[in-house]
Design a protein around this ligand. Structure first.
Ligand code: GLA
Length: 385
């Protein structure tokens, strides 16, 4: 990963002018999966891996973008009214620009150079990190009217929906905007209120295991889950006309009214309802440093994502199974949208090595490839450097 000084030098060599630098982190969700688009609760942290964008304005309305990591330069005009989806990372950049302009932010043309150490497509929010860093860069060049970090997050979510074609929730963009060192954020995805929860984890570490698996159908399956939740709400309204989202349903409600749902929709709803309860309990456990309880909730979350929500896969299940058998591991679960990507492990500091060694050995035995294992800490959100 090029440091700031190197990135500025490379920008100067490429575009012949000095740059400002903006960045946004990746994220790990500790718990609260597939709850955000149900108006529910999530408990993510921002991590130390970041996407950094070097930027300088242009006098015309063209945007040129290069990445140090992905060999594909792109160029588009902000004046062009039509948009063609490329199916690549460029959609996030152009989508973000268009989403901001539709909110009245007048972006000048710009030259961009992007660098990142957030693993791509691993469920650590590499795409939101690109959207938010580019979005912060664009809005900073535009000056007035300034967008609040929250509105910037909403603009990025809109870019996902309108230009990328994935109907994501708001978790990723909000934690990237508001993340803080040593803090997890409990986000109420209905009100968008955020509560900081101390995440110092005395004597423990958060370890990520990236399976490097990415299943083809992840985006369409994600949208399908979202549709299933909406169908569940529509059906449950026969009994509960006041119901706005699965967030409004308790476990008892589901017990009472669940027969209006198909078996599949009942399981999808049960995941969301139980995961919301687990997330609130996890936030309480974390704030009193009750890591055993937090770990237990993580394991229950994984079981629910695997069996009720069906967004896990063999590789993730194996990683959780291996990890939870290692002494000193409080809990493990898949993190992010699923269908591949990473698990998050909460583990005693003196057991980290044992966990990493066991995961690598047993994963390799079964899948003949090496997972990528690293520790993360709660880190700061987006910023100008
Ligand atoms: C992806 C989406 C988020 C959220 C998670 C699942 O990361 O971008 O909005 O829905 O999946 O919790």
């Amino acid at each position: 990963m090029a440091d700031d000084a190197t990135l500025k030098k490379l920008f100067l060599a490429e575009y012949g002018k000095p740059a400002r630098l903006f960045s946004a982190p990746g994220r790990v969700n500790l718990i609260g999966e597939h709850t955000d688009y149900n108006d529910g609760f999530v408990l993510p942290i921002a991590i130390g891996m970041r996407t950094v964008v070097a930027v300088a304005p242009r006098s015309d309305r063209k945007v040129r973008v290069r990445s140090l990591r992905v060999a594909q330069d792109a160029e588009f005009s902000l004046d062009r009214s039509d948009f063609t989806r490329q199916g690549s990372w460029v959609d996030y950049v152009e989508g973000m620009a268009r989403s901001l302009e539709s909110r009245g932010v007048k972006i000048p043309g710009a030259d961009l150079l992007v660098e990142s150490d957030v693993p791509i497509g691993a469920g650590l929010s590499s795409s939101a990190a690109l959207e938010m860093s580019v979005g912060l860069a664009f809005t900073s060049l535009a000056g007035e009217p300034a967008l609040s970090p929250r509105d910037l997050a909403l603009a990025a979510q809109d870019a996902d929906h309108t230009y990328v074609g994935i109907r994501s929730g708001i978790m990723d963009q909000l934690i990237l905007a508001f993340g803080k060192p040593e803090r997890a954020l409990l986000i109420d995805c209905r009100s968008l209120d955020t509560t900081e929860i101390r995440c110092a984890l005395p004597g423990a570490a958060i370890v990520i295991c990236d399976t490097k698996v990415k299943h083809e159908l992840a985006a369409s399956a994600y949208n399908q889950r979202r549709d299933e939740c909406e169908m569940s709400v529509a059906a449950l309204r026969q009994r509960r006309p006041d119901l706005r989202a699965l967030r409004d349903l308790s476990e008892e409600d589901l017990e009472t009214h669940g027969q209006v749902l198909s078996e599949t929709l009942r399981r999808r709803s049960r995941h969301v309802v139980s995961e919301n309860a687990r997330t609130l309990a996890a936030a309480r456990a974390l704030s009193r440093d009750d890591l055993a309880e937090l770990g237990r909730l993580m394991v229950a979350s994984h079981a629910s994502l695997r069996s009720d929500y069906e967004v896990s896969c063999a590789e993730l299940d194996l990683c959780v199974e291996i990890a939870t058998a290692v002494r000193g591991v409080y809990g493990a679960r898949m993190t992010g949208g699923g269908f591949g990507g990473c698990t998050v492990n909460l583990v005693r500091s003196d057991a980290v090595e044992d966990l990493a060694e066991t995961l690598v050995r047993r994963f390799q035995e079964r899948f003949q490839k090496r997972p990528y294992i690293f520790a993360v800490r709660a880190s700061e959100g987006m910023k100008e450097h």
